[in-house]
Design a protein around this ligand. Structure first.
Ligand code: DGL
Length: 252
């Protein structure tokens, strides 16, 4: 592959701030790469939209980034991956398109009682049913957390409304869960709050696996950036004012 293409950027998108939890892992795994992040906060939460609309928005973001010269795309959103990853791979077969899915497999391997938290759309789409049938443990509870993404996008992670939400949604499971699968990329920002409600639990999310997967796919396509450069990260949003939140979460 030409040096110019190798030095090009990797496009990363999510419905908003959530994908920053993935971006952090991508930058840690691949510090020489250039990343351009786009959060579609104007249309969040994707988890409450229909499959077709999520796909339409995902195609819009991926197409724009590819037209701008992206050498690879990371869908840093479980919901958009379920609705659009396969479709995008068929649209752009020459380009690595990496998605993220709830980390059921490592959680099941660790054993114990598992709680999966994800968006409404993720838990209802077929991809999750296949995943659960393949890796789902006997003792697995799935809870769709409609309304939680909005609280995170509001930017105050110490808002008592978040704790109240979690208390109401999963408080009854305190002491009955060993592992929590964070099946939405927004949720890793709430580990402390979830632990406060559930007690001592282990967390699993797909960010590191996605970063390793991206590395593997870049190697396969001979697309790794040259190592003499240090990579750059740029952040953009469909609500420009949200970039400050993305930056804060990236630095946290
Ligand atoms: N962060 C996204 C995910 O991983 C979606 C959140 C939403 O917009 O509903 O599923």
């Amino acid at each position: 592959m030409s040096e110019a293409v190798k030095s090009s950027f990797i496009g990363v998108f999510d419905s908003g701030a959530g994908g920053i939890s993935v971006l952090r892992a991508l930058v840690a795994e691949l510090p020489h790469e250039h990343f351009r992040y786009f959060g579609d906060s104007a249309h969040a939460p994707y988890g409450d939209l229909g499959e077709e609309r999520i796909r339409e928005l995902s195609v819009e973001h991926a197409t724009r980034m590819i037209n701008e010269g992206a050498k690879a795309i990371v869908i840093a959103c479980n919901t958009a991956t379920s609705a659009a990853a396969q479709y995008l791979r068929e649209m752009f077969p020459e380009l690595p398109i990496i998605g993220i899915e709830p980390a059921l497999k490592p959680a099941a391997l660790a054993g114990g009682r598992i709680l999966v938290l994800a968006t409404e759309a993720t838990v209802h789409l077929e991809k999750y049913h296949v995943l659960a049938a393949t890796y789902g443990a006997d003792d697995m509870t799935t809870v769709a957390c409609s309304g939680l993404v909005e609280l995170i996008e509001a930017g105050n992670l110490d808002d008592p409304a978040i704790e109240a939400y979690l208390q109401e949604k999963i408080g009854h499971l305190r002491g009955q869960v060993d592992s929590v699968v964070l099946g939405c990329t927004h949720y890793p920002f709430l580990k402390r709050q979830i632990s406060e409600v559930l007690g001592d639990v282990a967390f699993f999310d797909g960010a590191e696996g996605t970063a390793r997967n991206l590395r593997r796919r870049l190697v396969e396509h001979d697309l790794l950036a040259p190592e003499e450069e240090i990579g750059t990260v740029s952040l953009a949003s469909s609500i420009p004012g949200q970039v400050e939140l993305y930056q804060r979460l990236l630095n946290a």
